[in-house]
Design a protein around this ligand. Structure first.
Ligand SMILES: NC(=O)c1ccc[n+]([C@@H]2O[C@H](COP(=O)([O-])OP(=O)(O)OC[C@H]3O[C@@H](n4cnc5c(N)ncnc54)[C@H](OP(=O)(O)O)[C@@H]3O)[C@@H](O)[C@H]2O)c1
Length: 375
């Protein structure tokens, strides 16, 4: 339990909000590291600002120090995450804070990374620096769901995303889903694709829609595309395979299927076209999603946008790998036998439901986005 000896003022919150804004500028570029922003303040003026810009580059505290407009002796630092105290790709940030004789450090989130976890605070306090923790903690924690999950579990943070009508359909009775939501909501999905390092779909969606699953924001980052395709049914002339030589693509298949002669032949063909084949064990006749998540975590894929459809979504819920559900709802009704975001048999009793908590609601044009997080 941390004890703060100072009262946090509106000014302090203002500087921490600025640090949060800066942290978000690293979106899509820092994975599997956290988003972190820092602001250095002296005599009521900002004298240095920085953020973690790119994986492997300066951490926020050192970036803010590198941008100082004057000496930081006696200044306050506002940083969204506990400064690190270990040698990784960069030397410990806490040391830079000490060297520059910063007097007080205001921190938002604690770092659950076992290599840090309280060690950053200790290093600063042992050097006589006053550390004020949990300043706008919820807001600071909110920008790093992916990092907090990945650093502890070593598996990706999975966001199940779907666009549905008011009557809960993600496709018409003929299986058509273009488009359910309007352009503003679809643009927001592009931002999510930029933010997460992986994107996943089932082979059913590939066969029906022939999607690209790329990020179309100019200068944005396309996540690694992962297709769940137990028996390698993906057509070699699909958009995914045709673009696999330029966009990293993983086809997750069954380890039994890949040992067959058909499997070997198709896997070689897909490999030649630039796709990576990831063989995982089967569970219930499909690839085992838990095992797949462990493999993807080992490949440093820290977050996944799961873009269904309903068959894969149901399996992901059953496997317990879904951390967040982002449901876009359009002001339309398809009715009848349209597809649901989650297929399968469903539960028998309301008490057996998969449970989430509503974390946020947002509006994009005429559509709403409900963000639910795992309980
Ligand atoms: N509105 C939206 O947001 C949205 C988003 C996506 C899709 N859609 C719509 O959804 C429809 C496609 O949905 P779908 O349910 O037919 O297909 P899907 O969920 O995309 O793919 C299902 C297939 O994935 C494969 N798979 C591999 N591992 C699996 C696992 N562990 N669990 C379950 N399946 C696994 C299975 O085939 P194998 O076992 O042979 O591999 C299965 O048949 C399309 O009409 C598409 O337009 C809508």
């Amino acid at each position: 339990m941390e004890h703060n000896s100072v009262v946090i003022t509106e000014e302090d919150k203002k500087y921490m909000r600025r640090a949060i804004e800066l942290a978000k500028l690293g979106t899509g570029a820092v994975n599997p590291n956290p988003l972190v922003g820092a602001v250095i303040v002296k005599d009521g003026r900002i004298i240095g600002e920085g953020y973690h810009r790119k994986y492997g580059e300066l951490h926020a505290e050192r970036d803010a120090i590198a941008h100082l407009t004057e000496d930081a002796e006696g200044a306050d630092m506002y940083v969204t995450l506990e400064p690190c105290c270990h040698y990784g790709k960069q030397p410990p940030c806490a040391l830079a804070v000490i060297e520059h004789k910063i007097k007080r450090v205001f921190v938002g989130s604690d770092d659950p990374n076992k290599l840090v976890s309280g060690g950053g605070y200790k290093l600063l306090r042992d050097a006589g620096i006053e550390v004020i923790t949990h300043v706008l903690k919820d807001e600071c924690d909110g920008i790093n769901d992916v990092f907090f999950h990945y650093i502890v579990n070593k598996t990706p943070y999975v966001v199940m995303k779907y666009a549905m009508t008011m009557d809960g359909k993600i496709a018409t009775r003929e299986g058509y889903s273009k488009w359910i939501t309007g352009e503003t909501a679809r643009n927001h999905v592009q931002e999510q694709r930029n933010a997460l390092s992986g994107i996943m779909a089932g082979i059913g969606t590939v066969l029906k829609d022939d999607p690209m699953l790329t990020c179309r924001i100019p200068g944005g980052r396309t996540p690694v595309r992962i297709i769940c395709d137990t028996h390698g049914r993906i057509p070699v002339d699909s958009n995914i395979v045709k673009s696999a030589d330029t966009v990293r693509t993983i086809i997750a298949v069954s380890d039994k299927w890949i040992d067959t002669s058909d499997g070997q032949e198709k896997a070689n063909k897909l490999n030649d076209m630039g796709a990576e084949i990831l063989a995982v064990p089967e569970n219930d006749g499909h690839i085992d999603l838990k095992a797949l998540m462990t493999e993807l975590g080992a490949l440093q894929i820290d977050g996944i946008l799961l873009e269904g459809g309903g068959t894969l979504n149901e399996s992901a819920l059953k496997a317990g790998v879904v951390n967040e559900v982002d449901a876009y709802i359009a002001p339309k009704i398809f009715g009848g036998a349209g597809h649901s975001p989650v297929d399968g048999e469903g539960v028998s009793l309301p008490d057996e439901a998969y449970r989430f908590r509503l974390a946020k609601t947002e509006q994009y044009g005429e559509d709403v986005l409900l963000i639910y997080k795992k309980l």
